[in-house]
Design a binder for this molecule. Structure first.
Ligand code: IPE
Ligand code: IPE
Ligand code: MG
Length: 241
């Protein structure tokens, strides 16, 4: 059954760069894909931990526009994992009242995967619990470029005046147009970089770079990071009253 949302001082929207699957597998002398499978299994626990931490939106980075640079074996394995993951998890998400969305450049993904993504979005469109957004073939620069292209088309067609391009209108063209900006961005695996994730949207996000490798990340650690966020003072450029 879907759990009720608790009112907390925690983040409303958490975005996670799920990093470290490869190293986790290498530490166990296993192929990198073994790590990706272990990583995929962690997702459900974190999604289920959202309501009790007051997290209404969870956005996870699954595959970047730069990840095509990996070996053909790893890329093909990941694509097959995504297909299987969607097929396997969807019923559970419907039961948990989780609304699933995808962001990223879809036309470059194979037709079967795209079909499953559309199906998952349609199947959960009525769900009113946690909003799970999966970034698949997502890159912040790519997203802003695609958005700008559509914006330019609207300007050329006379649907938008150049003087009306601003911080309110531009984000309507982003893949995330229905989502609030992330409050907290977590990156696992000890790397302190954002690797092209949610560039526009994270302008005022708080960041947590933690050493845990993604397959070891737990609901407990997630809860601690959410609670820690509640103690932070977000000033947005102003001076505290
Ligand atoms: C993150 O884990 C998952 C994807 C990028 C698909 P990595 O595969 O980047 O794991 P490391 O960073 O090599 O350990
Ligand atoms: C970022 O991790 C992308 C995902 C987690 C899907 P990477 O492992 O691809 O990032 P870099 O290469 O360390 O910057
Ligand atoms: Mg990595």
């Amino acid at each position: 059954m879907a759990k009720p949302f608790l009112e907390t001082d925690g983040p409303h929207h958490v975005a996670i760069i799920m990093d470290g699957n490869g190293r986790w597998a290498t530490q166990r002398a296993r192929p990198r894909l073994f790590g990706h499978h272990a990583g995929a299994r962690r997702v459900r626990e974190i999604v289920e931990a959202c309501p009790e931490n007051g997290v209404k939106y969870l956005t996870i980075f699954a595959f970047s526009t730069e990840n095509w640079k990996r070996t053909q074996v790893e890329v093909a394995g990941l694509m097959s994992l995504f297909r299987r993951y969607i097929m396997k998890e969807m019923q559970a998400f419907v039961k948990e009242n989780v609304r699933v969305r995808f962001i990223g450049d879809r036309p470059k993904l194979d037709a079967k995967l795209r079909g499953l993504m559309d199906e998952a979005e349609a199947m959960t469109a009525h769900c009113t619990g946690t909003n799970l957004t999966i970034a698949l073939n997502y890159g912040g620069r790519d997203e802003v470029s695609r958005a700008t292209q559509r914006l330019a088309q609207d300007v050329a067609a006379g649907r938008l005046r150049p003087e009306d391009v601003n911080e309110e209108t531009l984000p309507r063209y982003l893949d995330t147009h229905v989502l609030p900006d992330p409050d907290l961005v977590i990156r696992t695996s000890g790397e302190a970089r954002i690797s092209n994730f949610l560039l526009w949207q994270s302008a005022y996000a708080e960041y947590e770079f933690i050493d845990t490798l993604w397959p070891d990340f737990s609901a407990d650690e997630f809860a601690k990071l959410c609670a820690k966020y509640g103690l932070r003072d977000r000033r947005y450029g102003a001076v505290k009253a």
